[in-house]
Write a protein that binds this ligand. Structure first.
Ligand SMILES: Nc1ncnc2c1ncn2[C@@H]1O[C@H](COP(=O)(O)OP(=O)(O)OP(=O)(O)O)[C@@H](O)[C@H]1O
Length: 572
């Protein structure tokens, strides 16, 4: 199924509004033609001084058709726009639902600005698919067929002239202009993507750019991208307007042909003169719904490209193949054992294996510390457990469950996580804590703040975007407070206290160990303090385990861990 067919399927969820819009459009179109036809007939008829009641009937018909046209036009606008906004809403939701499971792998391939351009720009472009591609041709066809049938009762030749005008304005001219538009459109999309990428980079990197005095040059680049985009948009709009104007010109030429042919038929007695004005008026109005056809292929192409761009992201096979069918959506609420069997992993785009081959076991309820040099793969291991990344080969078992068959949500449900970088939302401390559960009481949240040594914060304390108004240590403690409040029996802590002073760190660890007494616990740490009460310590280097054992065992062995410890002690 092509991307556009998928959009069509989503669109047809709004069948009711679409049908009403088409019916109203048809009534508006035919009543408009009827209104002008009746006016033309009325003008001719009144010249013959008909009986008074004939004039009354004709003027009433004209008035009635005027009213029907206005009402139907209103209905058409109302239902077509209502359908459009609902369709856009459905589209955004569908796109987001497909996009979220692909995070974070998606950022290996697409920059956030590009994704933003697709979510905002491409979805926005698709509003034209319904408003200008899908239903106007339907309405136009219905109105035209009925008008041509009506006209052919009076003159087949004039009906044929109208038919020719129809082909020119709906097929030939739009096709010619669309060829030019395809070239322009590609450039516009490219420029829009570039501009959006630049804007997000300048926005996110604003502070660094300022500190490194790079802001003016970046701003200059941004402005030149913006100018390029604006110029391309001008060219694009000029092409659209030229197409519409030329189409309008052809409709007038058609009307002149109708007048000429009609006059000829009247003088030859092939058409009654009283109908001439009516037929000319019909030719002037029947092309009204044809005007949007001038831009039909342009919008058709735009919709096709936009839908392809949207679906190429969410159906990218390099992400999908990682997402094997998950059949288990719930894990037992117990401390799990974890087993890594011959796992191999490489980040997308990296030439070197991040984890060449690794196997080990963590019993249920055990406390494990993972230590090692920076870049040795410690955080990667946590990401693999969380299914934020997927192993290339090998298996990870959660108890008896092969995690490739377990959904990510089921794993997250049972895990309390504090990563190196945590996100803080704009709002209050309460909003940020409620991430751990929306039903949490104030007492529970205040107790968690106390355990994380943040008792000086009230739940109403404001938090700025990304926690800008919190210190590094406060951010870490807030993340730990969230972990205290979360449910789950596996703790994954990645350098959770790296910004804290030794005393606070010790107090918080005490609280964490108390809380996690029955749970499986994994701590990634640079610092080698407080590790003597862990059940096992894993020392990693270049993605592999170089040493493993209890604190005592490793110290007695006097190899990697011992040497790291000696270096650390000498630096303290
Ligand atoms: N998103 C990523 N894309 C590509 N490579 C990555 C990514 N994240 C990490 N790496 C690479 O994978 C390797 C292991 O990184 P990882 O973050 O697991 O190390 P670490 O031991 O946790 O380091 P640190 O102690 O500094 O946090 C590094 O060489 C790193 O450059």
């Amino acid at each position: 199924m092509s991307a556009l067919q998928k959009i069509m399927k989503l669109m047809l969820m709004e069948k009711k509004d679409i049908s009403i819009a088409v019916i109203c459009g048809f009534i508006a179109g035919t009543s408009s033609v009827g209104l002008f036809a009746a006016s033309g007939y009325l003008i001719s008829k009144s010249a013959l001084i008909p009986p008074f009641y004939t004039l009354i009937i004709l003027t009433s018909t004209v008035k009635l058709l005027g009213l029907v046209k206005a009402g139907a036009k209103y209905g058409e606008r109302l239902y077509s726009h209502r359908a459009t906004f609902t369709i856009l809403g459905n589209l955004r939701v569908a796109f987001f639902e497909k996009l979220t499971p692909l995070i974070p792998q998606i950022f290996h391939k697409y920059r956030s600005g590009d994704l933003l351009a697709r979510v905002v720009g491409d979805v926005e472009s698709l509003q034209n698919f319904f408003l200008r591609v899908f239903y106007p041709p339907l309405v136009l066809l219905l109105v035209f067929v009925s008008t041509i049938l009506f006209t052919s009762f009076y003159s087949i030749a004039i009906a044929l002239i109208l038919l020719l005008g129809f082909f020119l304005t709906t097929i030939i001219i739009p096709a010619l202009f669309s060829l030019k538009q395809v070239k322009i459109k590609g450039k516009v999309r490219q420029d829009r993507g570039d501009l959006s990428t630049y804007i997000t980079e300048v926005m996110y990197g604003f502070r660094e750019l300022k500190l490194f005095h790079q802001l003016p040059s970046k701003q200059q680049q941004l402005l030149s991208h913006s100018e390029l985009y604006i110029n391309q948009q001008k060219v694009e709009n000029l092409n659209k307007v030229s197409s519409q104007s030329f189409n309008g010109f052809i409709t007038f030429v058609t009307s002149w042909f109708v007048i000429g042919a009609g006059a000829y038929f009247v003088t030859n007695g092939m058409l009654e003169g009283i109908f001439l004005a009516m037929l000319v008026m019909i030719s002037l109005t029947v092309f009204e719904p044809a005007a949007p056809m001038a831009v039909f292929p342009i919008y058709m192409q735009e919709s096709r490209d936009a839908s392809t761009r949207l679906y190429e992201v969410v159906e990218d096979l390099s992400f999908i193949e990682d997402k094997r069918e998950s059949t288990i959506n719930e894990l037992p609420s117990l401390a799990p054992s974890l087993a890594f069997i011959d796992i191999q992993f490489t980040y997308t785009g990296n030439w070197r294996r991040t984890i060449p081959n690794l196997s080990f076991m963590m019993p249920a309820g055990s406390k494990t510390a993972i230590v090692g040099a920076s870049g040795s793969g410690k955080s990667t291991l946590l990401q693999l457990i969380l299914k934020l990344q997927h192993v290339d080969a090998g298996k990870i078992y959660w108890g008896d469950f092969d995690t490739s068959t377990v959904s990510s949500e089921a794993i997250w449900e049972q895990t309390r996580v504090v990563l190196q970088e945590n996100y803080y939302f704009y709002g209050t401390i309460r909003d940020n804590l409620q991430l751990a559960g929306s039903q949490l009481s104030d007492e529970q949240m205040e107790a968690a703040l106390k355990k994380a040594r943040l008792e000086h914060f009230s739940l109403e304390h404001r938090v700025l975007e990304k926690g800008e108004n919190l210190s590094g240590g406060e951010k870490q403690r807030l993340a730990i407070a969230r972990a205290f409040l979360k449910k789950g029996h596996l703790w994954l802590l990645d350098e959770p206290t790296s910004s804290l002073d030794a005393q606070t760190e010790q107090n918080i660890y005490q609280e964490i160990f108390e809380c996690a007494e029955q749970d499986t616990f994994i701590l990634v740490s640079h610092r080698l303090q407080e590790l003597d009460h862990m059940d096992q310590i894993i020392v990693m280097d270049q993605g592999g385990i170089v040493e493993c054992g209890s604190y005592r065992e490793l110290m007695n062995k006097q190899e990697y861990f011992y040497k790291m410890k000696v270096v650390e002690e000498s630096l303290l």
